[in-house]
Design a protein around this ligand. Structure first.
Ligand code: ADP
Ligand code: ZN
Length: 528
């Protein structure tokens, strides 16, 4: 272990101010820098915007030789290098976008000791040829960015990261620092093991982003809801809107523009030049909205993003946290808003079930989705839930939609039993399973072609749910699904009783559900 010396701290502060222009360290930056500059290993869990980059950039400048930065984000490397060069740091990258002679020139500079920081993708680093090259160079440290990518059960696994375990043997005397913004305790343990960082010191920052107000509301007419959010609270401010599909990215951006809200689309299907142009305009301009698939945002550092809106459900809490974390990096009040509905849940389950991957992979994807759904359907503080997911205990925040207007709850045991009975009767007596739409028709006793063909009106469950409206039934189904009382299965997302259905059917468990808040009542109390 390296005890931080005063001299070392002075040198680090000196670089912080003369090179980067900041006058004090944030959070645990100073301790992390002392650990790595002193030759020790570090595992760093810090939220997006927390200031991870300086944790390896400054030690690399304090030590002799070149700091290697492993990053999966090839597209960002040239920007990162340009930003470092702009403050006088000798930086370079080696990746597949370079011509052969360009790569050779970088290698020569490396061996000549003329590079402070060298960025590289993992697949390149682990090549025997690269390891050999690096062994002939003087290395100051190896930084492994986005280190959660080594976790097989995480949300962002990249097989190439597995190979990084060779670093421990290949460079036993070079300090290593692994960094990530998304780590549950399980991921933390797994990355420590896989990267063979048993001797590292661990730095776990608080994941709370107190200036972000978390809000999740039922999806009714999502674009109108989004428009209302923008006009009522964020007129003329910068924001990011996430959609699942490229098509909805395009149509939503166009729809907003038609209503006088400047918005640009961003997704992987757009021409690289258009994408670059939209990204740059978003970074430079004020009050511009970018509508994007999750392809957008990795490494984007715009401090004054005032809101992040999700029109579709993210696949995991890790993803949600990372995406919403792009709001309010400057510490000013910001909104993380999402609209989600029954359709989101069903389509994501369907997507997992009919997608690629083995059973273990699917089980893992399902449990990620379930945790996300539980956050959506919680009737207690969202921040408490979110932080608990990351292994952190906290008090109700007073600044999320639930804290600001606690949902009313009602006893939905009987409706839940009626719904389950309907699913069971249809299956047993007609051999039929349906999606939510047709089930609601049966519960309400509304005839259509399908019900007439199958003589649904003869079933004992026909019309037994007429006391609730269609909208209320959708809310019930959504919440029951999030609790595992109802499940959606197969390619068509048909509803079936879930793993938690038994006790409800036997009246052993009561079902307490929230009354959906009406989107129109969404309130905002800015923390003063
Ligand atoms: P992360 O990688 O954790 O998301 P970055 O390293 O990109 O975060 O830092 C986020 C922002 O905070 C950057 O604009 C960075 O320059 C700034 N920053 C980092 N450390 C400090 C500091 N000690 N003082 C002021 N600004 C800082
Ligand atoms: Zn709260």
């Amino acid at each position: 272990d390296a005890a931080p010396t005063d001299a070392g701290q002075d040198a680090a502060l000196q670089i912080l101010s003369t090179v980067f222009g900041y006058d004090s360290f944030r959070g645990e930056q100073a301790e992390i820098i002392a650990q790595v500059a002193g030759g020790g290993d570090a595992v760093v869990l810090m939220p997006t915007g927390g200031g991870k980059s300086l944790c390896y950039q400054i030690p690399a400048l304090l030590r002799h030789g070149t700091g290697i930065v492993v990053s999966p984000l090839i597209a960002l490397m040239s920007d990162q290098v340009a930003a470092l060069e702009a403050v006088g740091i000798r930086a370079a990258f080696l990746n597949s976008t370079l011509e052969r002679h360009e790569a050779q020139a970088v290698e020569q500079q490396l061996l000549a000791g003329e590079i402070d920081l060298l960025y590289m993708a993992p697949e390149r680093l682990v090549l025997p040829r690269t390891i050999d090259l690096l062994q002939r160079a003087q290395l100051s440290l190896v930084a492994i960015d986005e280190a959660h990518c080594v976790s097989q059960w995480g949300h962002d696994f990249r097989p190439d990261y597995m190979g990084l375990s060779v670093l421990a043997d290949a460079f036993p005397d070079v300090p290593r620092i692994a960094l990530t913004a998304t780590a549950t305790e399980a991921t933390h343990r797994e990355l420590t093991e896989r990267l063979r960082m048993e001797d590292a010191k661990h730095f776990v920052s608080s994941f709370d982003r107190p200036n972000i107000q978390y809000r999740i509301e039922p999806k009714a007419s999502p674009r109108e809801q989004l428009l209302k959010l923008i006009t009522a609270e964020h007129e003329g401010e910068s924001g990011i809107v996430y959609c699942l599909s490229r098509k909805s990215v395009e149509t939503t951006a166009a729809w907003l523009s038609e209503r006088g809200i400047p918005a640009l689309p961003y997704h992987a299907g757009l021409d690289a030049r258009v994408r670059q142009d939209h990204q740059e305009r978003f970074l430079r301009a004020e009050g511009l909205i970018i509508v994007a698939t999750i392809a957008f945002g990795m490494g984007i550092d715009k401090p004054d993003v005032r809101f992040v809106a999700h029109l579709d459900l993210p696949k995991s809490i890790e993803g949600y946290y990372q995406e919403t974390g792009r709001a309010g990096r400057d510490g000013q009040p910001s909104t993380a808003w999402m609209a989600y509905g029954l359709g989101d849940m069903v389509s994501q389950r369907k997507f997992i079930d009919s997608g690629e991957g083995n059973e273990g992979f699917k089980r893992n994807a399902r449990s990620h989705l379930d945790a996300m759904l539980a956050l959506c359907e919680t009737v207690s503080c969202r921040r408490v839930q979110l932080l608990r997911y990351f292994g952190q205990d906290s008090e109700a925040c007073g600044n999320c939609d639930i804290c600001l207007s606690p949902p009313q709850t009602w006893d939905a045991t009987v409706p839940a039993q009626k719904l389950l009975s309907a699913l069971i009767r249809l299956d047993r007596e007609r051999g039929q399973k349906f999606g939510s739409g047709q089930i609601i028709e049966v519960l309400l006793g509304r005839e259509n072609d399908r019900s007439r063909q199958s003589r649904h009106e003869e079933l004992s469950v026909w019309g037994i749910g007429a006391e609730l409206s269609e909208k209320e039934w959708r809310s019930v189904m959504r919440q029951l699904m999030a609790r595992g009382i109802v499940d959606a299965e197969g390619d068509y997302g048909v509803l079936v009783p879930g793993s938690q259905a038994g006790p409800v059917l036997r009246s052993e468990a009561a079902v307490e559900l929230a009354v959906d808040r009406s989107p129109a009542k969404a309130t905002r109390a800015r923390p003063s």
